[in-house]
Design a binder for this molecule. Structure first.
Ligand code: SF4
Length: 69
């Protein structure tokens, strides 16, 4: 599973950073970005995505198919 952040949707609440700081960090504009796509387990990525209040975290399976949201 792979996570990416839609910065057009992110509002910078940092929930994802609190849950998986090795994967997500806020950039200079206070928006989340993926710093290490291989750092988190699938469970952690899913938890981070589900805790994002605006569903800015997109999860894809290994073939690139979107599986969340
Ligand atoms: S939880 Fe969602 S809105 Fe908050 S910083 Fe992460 S991606 Fe952005």
């Amino acid at each position: 599973m792979k996570a990416r952040v839609d910065k057009n949707v992110c509002i910078g609440t940092a929930n994802c950073v609190a849950i998986a700081p090795e994967v997500f960090q806020l950039d200079n504009h206070g928006l989340s970005e993926v710093v290490d796509p291989n750092a988190g387990t699938d469970d952690l990525l899913r938890e981070a995505a589900e805790e994002c209040p605006v569903q800015a975290i997109i999860l894809e399976d290994d073939s690139g198919k979107q599986i969340y949201p």
